[in-house]
Design a protein around this ligand. Structure first.
Ligand code: NAG
Ligand code: NAG
Ligand code: NAG
Length: 182
């Protein structure tokens, strides 16, 4: 008998491999949370999309200046939050593999922060996601799903939230922007 889950996973991986990531988009960059620390700094948590930019000749670059501009404008226009003059970026890319199509973007980010270690650092978090979209779960079942999440979701989201929270609570010399993206 064919294992349906396995087939589904293989199909999903096949689809994901053909999805091309698009360049950094202003409308996808949003401030999610911020924490004031005892040392006077504030750390910020943003979500967004892949921080790449494709030049006219097809070369992809890591658009640091553009990312910083988007972070500043977005938090200011959506929440009236003014980011500090200088900040340290902790860039986390959510990956499903790494799959072959994720590798070029991953290399670009890794190389950028390896070359510019004072600007920030780069990490990856393996993330499967779920085929259940909470928007389509009836209201009365949401709480049940949420309270049992560790039994059905592979991504260990409660632990992930603690990890990200710890990054936000860590005092560094500079204020930190945690940027998590696909
Ligand atoms: C594309 O243009 C950029 C910026 O002008 C340049 O640095 C890069 O070498 C070019 N890449 C190719 C393949 O020509
Ligand atoms: C960000 O704000 C500056 C100053 O108001 C503006 O010149 C720039 O066009 C804005 N950029 C985006 C992407 O909205
Ligand atoms: C996600 O990345 C952070 C930063 O490197 C790390 O501390 C954490 O353990 C990672 N979590 C997973 C599930 O990969």
């Amino acid at each position: 008998m064919i294992n349906k889950t396995l087939v589904l996973i293989i199909v999903l991986i096949a689809i994901l491999n053909f999805v091309k990531s698009s360049d950094l988009s202003y409308k996808k960059v949003h401030l999610v949370d911020s924490v004031e620390l005892a040392n006077g700094n504030t750390n910020y948590f943003f979500r967004g999309n892949q921080p790449t930019q494709t030049l006219a000749n097809g070369t992809k670059v890591f658009p640091y200046e553009e990312l910083v501009e988007f972070l500043r404008n977005s938090s200011l226009s959506e929440f009236g939050v003014k980011l500090p003059e200088q900040f340290y970026i902790i860039d986390i890319k959510l990956i499903t593999g790494p799959l072959p199509n994720e590798l070029p973007d991953l290399e670009l980010e890794k190389n950028f922060f390896a070359t510019n270690p004072t600007l920030g650092e780069f990490h990856t978090n393996q993330t499967w996601g779920d085929i259940i979209d909470p928007q389509f779960v009836p209201q009365n079942e949401l709480e049940e799903y949420a309270s049992t999440i560790s039994t059905w979701s592979a991504d260990k989201l409660p632990q992930r939230m603690r990890d990200y929270h710890n990054i936000l609570l860590t005092e560094r010399e500079l204020p930190t922007v945690l940027y998590v993206h696909w």
